[in-house]
Ligand binder design. Sequence first.
Ligand code: PBG
Length: 339
Amino acid sequence: MACGSGSFPRVRLRRIRQQAWSRDLVAETSLYLDDLILPLFVGRDEGEIKEDEKTPLDLPCVTLGQLERFVCEQVVPSGVRAIMLFPVVPAVLKDQAGSYALKSDGLVPQALRCLKACAPDLGCIVDVALDPYTSHGHDGLVREGMVLNDETVEVLAQMACLYAENGADCVAPSDMMDGRVGVIRCALEGRGHHNTMIMAYAAKYASAFYGPFRDVMGVQHQAKGFHKKTYQMDVRNQKEALRETRLDVQEGADFVVVKPGGLSLDVLATLNKEVAIPLVAYQVSGEFAMLRAASKMGWITYEQALLESMVVMKRAGASAILTYGALDVARLLKEASAS
Ligand code: PBG
């Protein structure tokens, strides 16, 4: 073939793709074990999480009594270095105000004490919001159909302090109330918890992809009129994500979470360019469910699709990733490095 004035065939982008070593040599994005955070649901021991009640998805879920064993036998050996705790509260303990959230011997304080005793080097992040505790399933206090902001923030700050006292390394407000990061930071400083980090869900969209999570929590999310659009962000907006993130940075956030992560790659890329703060992408339950369901149908290969879904979030700018598949990713990374 004649070499014309155009670049082909001098330039053939496929040359470099022919061998594994040259593909790896030029790879722009890497995924490490250190990037992973495992979200973990913890329930009480009185049989709330029976085998037949588990979602078909099999989201990582244990009771308090199973926690130590799960962490010591599965999480720590996997190489995953941090978990994010979510309590699964039985309906009988839920009320309008979510008052169980502030019980000093509640689920989360007990889980934290257990974790700090059995796995002191494992990073313990705790989600801070009222939805696991409220009978209506909203992330805040509700009066006359309105989710109250400032009153909710006061409760969140108390929750954050309770968790810090019980050993949380990091609190993760996921409620999307205005001003909560600043108030939580002040409360933590006031109680001497200077080193307790805040991982703020800054760009959290009112998404249809939280369904399996809400099922585990026992939130009646399919009820008519149930939505969180008065506090979570509108999926049509990106500038709003930038404003939310800048505010959280000013208020003292140490990291910010973008979710649903895989559906917000544009947001990750923009935030990565515009704001100097580590970004955590959350692959939420509905995103994970799609991978699982499609692979169950034989339409995609779970392992490959899972890894790809991780890499693209890193390529977009994420420093770390929350995924229910963290233990699987860890295994795949280990297998890849051994081969
Ligand atoms: C609630 C919370 C939600 C998730 C994390 N924290 C659900 C919601 O906002 O209703 C969703 C995570 C997931 O779907 O995996 N504070």
